[in-house]
Design a binder for this molecule. Structure first.
Ligand SMILES: Nc1ncnc2c1ncn2[C@@H]1O[C@H](COP(=O)(O)OP(=O)(O)O)[C@@H](O)[C@H]1O
Ligand SMILES: [Mg+2]
Length: 132
């Protein structure tokens, strides 16, 4: 599953990844892959790949680093700054857009594949827009 994490610096992308890792039972340290571009976590249920492409200058770095092989249907692939490798990344199942809202954050989550839609339905979120 491929998830793009969008939003400005400080919007909470890395914090969200940390929360997902905690929810999956990972108790260790979660480093931001600001300089390494990728941190991998091999968990009991799945392998999670956390990318931060902010410092990537040329989109071809995505290919040169072999990231295309690690980011696939068999992993949970979370990508901060997907815009930096536009056109080379696999298509997203979900796009999560984070924005600051005072002390908190808003998340706008969009499903862009059958897999993404199925995943989102399983969360049983209440859609406020549909409620109103
Ligand atoms: N949901 C949230 N509510 C309140 N503060 C948050 C939330 N998510 C992140 N933050 C805070 O915002 C700052 C930046 O978060 P970070 O996850 O590093 O952002 P990004 O990866 O998008 O640049 C951190 O100090 C973090 O504690
Ligand atoms: Mg970050």
């Amino acid at each position: 599953m491929v998830v793009y994490l969008k939003g400005n610096l400080g919007a909470g992308k890395t914090t969200l990844v940390r929360g997902i890792l905690r929810a999956l039972g990972y108790a260790g340290r979660v480093k931001s892959p600001t300089y390494t571009l990728l941190e991998s976590y091999v968990l009991s249920k799945l392998t999670l790949q956390h990318y931060d492409l902010y410092r990537m200058i040329d989109p071809r770095e995505w290919l040169d680093a072999g990231f295309r092989d690690d980011c696939n249907a068999a992993t949970l692939c979370l990508v901060e700054w997907p815009e930096k490798a536009e056109g080379l990344l696999p298509k997203p199942d979900l796009v999560i857009r984070l924005d600051m809202a005072g002390e908190g954050r808003t998340a706008r989550i969009e499903a862009l594949s059958a897999r993404g839609r199925k995943e989102m339905q399983s969360w049983q979120l209440v859609d406020r827009q549909q409620e109103n």
